[in-house]
Ligand binder design. Structure first.
Ligand SMILES: NC(=O)c1ccc[n+]([C@@H]2O[C@H](COP(=O)([O-])OP(=O)(O)OC[C@H]3O[C@@H](n4cnc5c(N)ncnc54)[C@H](OP(=O)(O)O)[C@@H]3O)[C@@H](O)[C@H]2O)c1
Length: 247
């Protein structure tokens, strides 16, 4: 039986939202968590809190658009705890806008964080997992990795890419006993709408989230489900939404 207890789990985007909720849940279930994000104070205070509660947690400042920093995050985890069992590539942003607004900086940022950040996480953790002949990647996509809507084109493209990367990874890592899960949530109540840079669109998304969004704990439970399966069971895809969410 593969359980969460005693696993070393690296989480990007652990300073808020889904990453933070996952760190809390996995830590409460006995995992060692290594928290990565740019906002050092937030991950340090979370690590302090989890350690105070009897867990094992470490904060490492990382910008996932910098491959050397992502490598340092994973190297630090392995140095501190001897191995990496789970890499959760979660950091992301969602600055929706129609293409005609030509928000090139937003597009580049989404491509750099949502796609390249995931690839850098894979590049950093894969050699250790190959060596260990065990490991588990959890990559965060979205309902937008399954559907595109006006205004979500670039975000949806990045989240489709995460699913393609995860499926290719799944096939490639067969010889190494590595598991691969892509999780595609619907609307979850986090700070994600704050990444929208167009005021009118941000207001619409905030209204939508206020009506429908479900707690970040729902995502953490999906992660725990995938991790808790027996070693020979590989949960490859989880797609879930608020019950009230139509799209
Ligand atoms: N909430 C939803 O409804 C929803 C639905 C589907 C998918 N998702 C996906 O879930 C993931 C987490 O988002 P969330 O909802 O938890 O939003 P959030 O509360 O805004 O959290 C985003 C996290 O990503 C981190 N991040 C952003 N840019 C980064 C960078 N360059 N380097 C390192 N970390 C970076 C942020 O940390 P710092 O700012 O401290 O660096 C933060 O911890 C994203 O991939 C998002 O696309 C969310």
């Amino acid at each position: 039986m593969s359980t969460i207890q005693n696993k070393t789990v690296v989480i990007t985007g652990a300073s808020s939202g889904l990453g933070e909720a996952t760190a809390r849940l996995l830590s409460s279930q006995g995992a060692t968590v290594v928290l990565g994000a740019r906002r050092t104070e937030r991950i340090e205070s979370l690590a302090t809190e989890l350690n105070r509660k009897g867990g094992r947690a470490l904060a490492v400042t990382v910008d996932v658009t910098r491959p050397e920093q992502v490598q340092a995050l994973v190297d630090t985890a392995v140095k501190a705890y001897g191995r990496i069992d789970v890499m959760i590539n979660n950091a992301g942003l969602m600055p929706h806008s129609p293409l005609e607004r030509r928000k090139l900086d937003d597009w580049n940022q989404m491509i750099d964080v949502n796609i390249k950040g995931v690839l850098y996480g894979i590049a950093a953790a894969l050699p250790y997992m190959q060596e260990q002949k065990s490991g588990h990647f959890i990559n965060v996509s979205s309902v937008a990795g399954h559907k595109v809507r006006p205004g979500s084109t670039v975000y949806a493209a990045t989240k489709h890419a995460v699913r393609v990367i995860s499926e290719g990874l799944r096939q490639e890592v067969k010889p190494y006993n590595i598991r691969t899960t892509v999780i595609s949530p619907g609307a979850i109540a986090t700070n994600l709408p704050d990444s929208v840079t167009e005021a009118d669109i941000a207001a619409g998304i905030r209204d939508y989230y206020a009506k429908f969004a479900i707690p970040a704990e729902s995502f953490a439970q999906a992660v725990a489900y995938a991790l808790n399966q027996p070693e020979e069971v590989d949960i490859n895809e989880i797609l879930f939404r608020p019950t009230a969410q139509e799209l």
